[in-house]
Write a protein that binds this ligand. Structure first.
Ligand SMILES: [Fe+2]
Length: 213
């Protein structure tokens, strides 16, 4: 006859297995692939001379860009959550006046010359990228967004856009609403939080990019 102690041990093993198995399943589940979005008409015709990951400062200029400084960072991963080595991330967005650095944007005279408008960076050894930019603003017909292009060696290019959680115009934005799958749409909407730990008065948000690999 099995002893009471052995029964208890078996019961404990059963409980432990019940706790562990679902976690393993979750860890192996595929992540939501970041949906592609239109490049739009304002990808730079010529890249700025200063094209680093700090869009708030343009080399050689004393002025800092107008806008709410925002640190956007994240990781570039595959569907299993493994980092994608060697990825390069580009972003571009309009300035605080809603004007892109692009000849096709009719607002060039109102453009904030202290805003870089475009930046690029390579992911680090942990698959992480980071930009210092401004909180995106709305312009006629669009809710606030930041354009992204992610280049992964051997995996082509993902073009997409990042949005800000809580923006009323998100509900009416045709490009964002064009992502029919609710979870995929949610995956490109980022919460911005105060980031006084990084820089006084700034915001931060995490946008992880999942490639279809
Ligand atoms: Fe845009």
């Amino acid at each position: 006859m099995p002893s009471l102690a052995l029964d208890r041990r078996k019961a404990l093993i059963g409980v432990t297995a019940a706790l562990v198995v679902p976690q393993v399943v979750v860890a192996q589940a595929a992540l939501i692939v970041t949906p592609g979005q239109t490049e739009g008409p304002f990808y730079p015709v010529t890249l700025p001379t200063d094209r680093d990951a700090d869009l708030v400062r343009v080399q050689g200029q004393a002025a800092q860009a107008v806008g709410h400084i925002t640190h956007v960072s994240g990781r570039v991963v595959d569907k299993r959550g493994e980092i994608v080595r060697g990825a390069m991330v580009e972003i571009w967005q309009c300035d605080a006046n809603g004007v892109y650095s692009h000849p096709g944007d009719s607002g060039q005279r109102r453009r904030d010359a202290a805003f870089q408008g475009y930046g690029r960076t390579n992911v680090d050894g942990g698959g992480r990228y980071a930009f210092r930019t401004i909180r995106p603003v709305a312009y006629p017909g669009r809710t606030p967004h930041i354009h992204f292009k992610v280049h992964a060696p051997g995996a082509g290019v993902l073009t997409t856009q990042m949005y800000v959680e809580g923006e009323a115009q998100n509900q009416r934005d045709g490009v964002l609403r064009g992502i029919r799958d609710v979870r995929a749409r949610q995956s490109v909407i980022v919460r911005l939080d105060p980031a006084g730990d990084i820089e006084p008065g700034s915001l931060k948000g995490t946008f992880d990019i999942v490639l279809n690999l």
